[in-house]
Design a protein around this ligand. Structure first.
Ligand SMILES: [Zn+2]
Length: 252
């Protein structure tokens, strides 16, 4: 996981989310208990927050990678719009009952939106949004989310995920409570991901070996191979590259 740099201005399409949010806030105020019980649920327009123009901006800002696992999206598994604060219910822990109605007032909020792979979003994180102190959870639109101390790292910061999660070979390891919670709740240590990271690691090892073996070889072909390997390794640690956080830790 690396810090995501989104453009500050929200895509135009999200502007229509303001009226939808206002309507949801009014609906809540008319019958708060029904929403808190989960008897009434909000409907959200995927055609607004999930519009192609919104996805496009996020995809570009995230270099076509998932905001959590840094995996590329496969052609058959296009990405999801991820609501960092879940819009339709919030769970403190995996076995806990979801609290309703969720962060409905942030469903169309630019700062709450990212692009993630279906496995991180739908399989792992889902409605999980643990807080250091669950009693501080914002339950409706007049509550202040800034008093919350979320455990899962916000891909957009301000905390830099690199200060919280490090890699030992292909496996991520939380080095702070937030790092540990993010690895656990987003299942960043899942086998399918570790396998993909392992094969990337093999490529990086091969490049590193080329440099080590041929560095002092004066022949032009060897020199060219070393130059290419260096260039590939330099690229591997950039935000645009797959699993760049792992590459940074490997090459350090
Ligand atoms: Zn992912």
């Amino acid at each position: 996981m690396i810090l995501v740099n989104k453009p500050a201005g929200a895509p135009q399409r999200l502007a229509s989310g303001a009226a939808l949010t206002q309507a949801n806030c009014q609906a809540y105020e008319a019958e708060p208990q029904s929403y808190l019980r989960g008897a009434l649920k909000f409907e959200f327009k995927n055609t607004v927050y999930g519009h192609a123009s919104v996805k496009r901006v996020l995809q570009k800002a995230q270099h076509d990678k998932c905001c959590y696992c840094e995996g590329h999206f496969a052609g058959n598994a296009p990405g999801d719009i991820e609501h960092y604060r879940p819009k339709d219910g919030a769970q403190q822990g995996r076995g806990d009952k979801a609290q309703y109605p969720g962060y409905y007032w942030l469903a169309y909020k630019w700062s709450n939106l990212y692009f993630s792979c279906p496995d991180c979003n739908r399989v792992a994180k889902r409605r999980l949004f643990p807080l250091a102190n669950p009693h501080q959870r914002a339950r409706y639109h007049a509550d202040d989310v800034s008093v919350e101390q979320p455990l899962i790292l916000d891909p957009g910061g301000p905390a830099n995920p690199r200060d919280h999660i490090r890699f030992v070979q292909e496996r991520p390891s939380g080095i702070t409570p937030r790092g540990k919670a993010t690895v656990e709740f987003v299942k960043l240590d899942r086998e399918e991901l570790n396998e993909r990271r392992r094969s990337r690691l093999r490529e990086l090892e091969r490049l590193r070996d080329i440099v080590a073996l041929l560095q002092k070889d004066q022949r032009p072909a060897a020199h060219a191979a070393v130059t290419d390997a260096f260039a590939e390794l330099a690229k591997a640690v950039l935000p645009k590259s797959i699993f760049s956080a792992m590459a940074q830790d490997f090459l350090q």
